[in-house]
Design a binder for this molecule. Sequence first.
Ligand code: 6R9
Length: 574
Amino acid sequence: MGKAIAEKQKQPNLVNYDEAYANFSWDDVEREFSWHETGKVNMAYEAIDRHAESWRKNKVALYYSDQKREEKYTFQEMKCLSNQFGNVLKNLGVKKGERVFLFMPRSPEIYISLMGILKIGAIAGPLFEAFMEQAVSDRLENSEASTLVTTPDLLPRVPYKHLPLLKRIILAGDGEIPEANEGTTFYSYEEEMKKASRHLDIEWMDREDGMILHYTSGSTGKPKGVLHVHNAMIQHYQTAKWVMDLQEDDVFWCTADPGWVTGTSYGIFGPWLNGASNVIRGGRFTPEDWYSTIEKYGVTVWLSAPTAFRRLMAVGEEAVKKYDLSSLRHILSVGEPLNAEVVHWGRKVYGLDIHDHWWMTETGGILISNYRSMPIKPGSMGKPFPGIEVAILDEEGNEVPRGSMGKLCIKAGWPSMMRAIWKNEKKMQEYFAIPGWYISGDLATMDEDGYVWFQGRDDDVIMTSGERVGPFEVESKLVEHPAVAEAAVIGKPDPVRGEIIKAYVALRDGFTKSEKLEEELRQFVKEGLAAHAAPREIEIRDFLPKTRSGKIMRRVLKAWELGLDAGDLSTMEE
Ligand code: 6R9
């Protein structure tokens, strides 16, 4: 038997879902950590140092590559470098609890800095490198960040003169180090690292101490700062173990940027807590780069987003055949609904199921998932993670009958639940308006077998002629049509029907816009789904507005349609 096949037949970490769900306790997971008795903990210690002090010392923690660099770091090297960076911050006077932000392209320095920040007990705030001035300013201002790690190239987008609390800016990479200005002092990352010791006394934290602040955009108002604490590691560890199915010799690639929660919880913490090797690819990459990265590193477990899989699908099967992808044994998707069509395509071209799973910035870790040992139903997000209670509730907080659409809610109190919306207690309380439950803002159904099906955001649902339509069903149907690469569906106000369904469609290569095609798409939905779900209006566009994490921004399409202000656009891709 070839190595590749042996890999694929590996026994999953989660052997029997039903049994695990029935017997699960978070306390048992906690006992796997050395800190469960003292309660004193540090994420960076558990993710890095613990392995550096074990036989995993010389195991590769990080494989990094972009257009210019190609490097690898062992757990021991990551330990020393993050110690050094922790000392850089300490030497500059950064204290426990201060907010230290990262605004950089993907690079080894982000991961080193992040771990250094956590080691001294500061709170890390990762930002997408593509943010423009307003987005950077909003986040640094709201968090009252004292320190920023960035690059000379990105510095022009940091309005430090208007951020009186921002005392220090550390610049990584080539470029000029400016003179101190209006209360901000500038430092060179490289110079400070040279001066810093490789030995560091880690700051031992309470489990409930702040660790990371991820900003996320709502439909209205400024972005919100979602605070997670060190305790979240319990969930990161166990979900990465059972959902990603990480095992000792796995090479794991999460394509998400650390500016997005997926890029930290599962781009760094989850895999490293399990001692796995991470691949990070920097820069922009084409679909073919995607496959060549898998081939080059022998990636075994691959986590990406529906938008990426749809793009790869639009590029076609020929590209797949040019590369040796036989190392792959497990594929996962998150962030947006994964159309059943994409799962079928994945089976055909990769010979593997794409495993959808669900969670949010606010939940810190995975709550619903498809597991390797459980049959998947294409189009469903899967079943609740052991230890997680999911309910579909109505406005009053009563459970709706199986199969009916309602609010997707989670019994409050899982380990990685957010602990605060930074400086916004009112917003925090809105999530828990149904006593005992966290209200996700998503709508879903649960079927007789306990599988959860995503229907849309609460504010995206369409009411047309008295029928409630989830935009996702219509979008998924449209994507099944050979001409369609991506689709977004919104409700457009209509004097007679309340709302009508309007679809925005981006075509696959080789197809052109025509009235005939629009009519064909309308018929396709009518015949494949339901007459009332067929879009009355179809608009074909070159691109659909998306967030940097690949979510189609339906609210933006709706605002454009209505001629309204589209609200916070800081996370929108150019
Ligand atoms: C991890 C992440 C959260 C929102 C969430 C939902 C959507 C995430 C999904 C999904 C359908 C899935 N979402 N996973 N929708 N199927 N498997 O994405 O966090 O950026 O905060 O977004 O994303 O609407 O409420 P975040």
